[in-house]
Design a protein around this ligand. Structure first.
Ligand code: NI
Length: 173
């Protein structure tokens, strides 16, 4: 499977609301995009990757978050919807479109999400912790929202300064 180039902030596609995948588009081409996104995420050692991050303005993402044992939450969510959230978690977050930037972001602890798989079949996921953080982060990507937007104003200011430094020293590409 080809490794796709990952686009970095502030590319416009990252700030654009993705188009839903329509009935009739759950075809071989979509399955191939999903396979390539899994390969690209693994290659980059990420736990989540949304289509806008590979320059495709559509509502879908792949994830593979460790459960702390041998298993992981490995899924593709197409047309994801958050149907329930509760609790909160505060922790470091990163993003493949923000190379080298990690910042504290507050998210909900538990998420119930509804989505479609590559065949267009609906399913629901009920997850906590890292998987919940990942689903919220990646669903945001489908809505043109990046994790900068979820930081406190002070942390966002700090992050923007760090991005400028990384860009200036050529570490942003
Ligand atoms: Ni991201």
């Amino acid at each position: 499977m080809p490794i796709l180039p990952i686009v970095h902030y502030p590319e416009q596609v990252l700030l654009t609301v993705g188009k839903p995948v329509e009935e009739g588009e759950f075809d071989a081409e979509l399955a191939q995009l999903v396979d390539s996104m899994f390969a690209t995420m693994e290659h980059a050692r990420g736990v989540g990757l949304a289509a806008p991050q590979v320059g495709v303005s559509r509502r879908l993402f792949v994830m593979d978050t460790p459960n702390g044992d041998e298993s992981s939450e490995r899924h593709v969510l197409i047309n994801p919807e958050i149907v329930h959230v509760e609790g909160e978690q505060v922790g470091d977050e990163g993003c493949l479109s923000f190379p080298g930037l990690y910042q504290v972001v507050q998210r909900e602890m538990r998420v119930i999400a509804r989505a479609q798989n590559v065949k267009g079949e609906e399913f629901e996921l009920d997850v906590r912790g890292l998987a919940a953080r990942c689903i919220l982060h990646e669903t945001d990507h489908c809505d043109g929202i990046v994790f900068l937007d979820r930081m406190t104003p002070l942390k966002r200011q700090f992050a923007k300064r760090k991005i400028k430094t990384l860009q200036r020293t050529g570490k942003w590409n």
